[in-house]
Design a binder for this molecule. Structure first.
Ligand SMILES: [Zn+2]
Length: 218
């Protein structure tokens, strides 16, 4: 029972750390970066406060368990036991240290800080292998990707060419793209390396799906 209780508290603390990590990872997305950062900074103050309370609950519970054990050993009657517990808890309450100075809380605070100090590069290193494979207009897999040399974004040749041929006012449609210039035919270059990457990623995804299906069968 004691063990279950402290495990439960630890799980909640772990959840707070995971939440910090997740929200911080969203700061790598350019167009929501500032808003997420603000949200995460605010949330962090709450996480610290929750962590402090959780540590306090846990140490209170430990103190209670310990006191009950002592009381049982020292008392012969129920009244004696009650009085022992009352006095002991009063005494322990008076000399209890601030949770903020405990090793447990300091560790929690450090883990939170570490998560929030991970650089964008570290976060992105986990996801750089994943590239956008779909054309932003047709949403189809880009079989003939061209790169917009002004911003580095990719589109399907057969999707973008007719669009900009008759319309001079088309901007890069990728969300958050800083390039506000209208796309001109001269900006677009074929990108066979990207085509190869797309094929490789599709093959990888297919493999993952197949191995998932294998897992289901077992
Ligand atoms: Zn762009």
């Amino acid at each position: 029972m004691e063990l279950e209780f402290s495990t439960l508290i630890n799980d909640v603390k772990e959840m707070l750390v995971d939440n910090a990590e997740f929200l911080h990872s969203l700061e790598s997305i350019d167009f929501i970066k500032d808003e997420v950062k603000q949200l995460n900074d605010e949330a962090n103050k709450n996480r610290l406060e929750y962590g402090e309370r959780l540590c306090r609950i846990k140490s209170n519970q430990a103190r209670l368990d310990e006191t009950l054990k002592e009381a049982k050993a020292a008392s012969k009657t129920v009244d004696e036991l009650k009085n022992f517990v009352k006095d002991a808890l009063k005494e322990k309450r008076n000399k209890r240290q601030s949770v903020k100075n405990t090793k447990e809380f300091k560790e929690f605070r450090k883990r939170l800080a570490d998560k929030n100090e991970e650089t964008v590069a570290e976060i992105m290193s986990n996801v750089t292998d994943i590239i956008a494979v779909h054309d932003p207009w047709s949403k189809e897999v880009m079989l003939d990707p061209v790169v917009n040399t002004k911003c580095g974004h990719h589109y399907s040749k057969h999707s973008v060419e007719p669009l900009i041929k008759d319309n001079m006012g088309i901007c890069c449609p990728i969300l958050g793209c800083p390039n506000k210039a209208y796309i001109k035919p001269a900006d677009l270059k074929p990108d066979p390396a990207m085509a190869a990457k797309i094929q490789a990623q599709l093959a990888q995804q297919e493999e993952a799906v197949i191995s998932d299906q294998d897992d289901d069968l077992t």
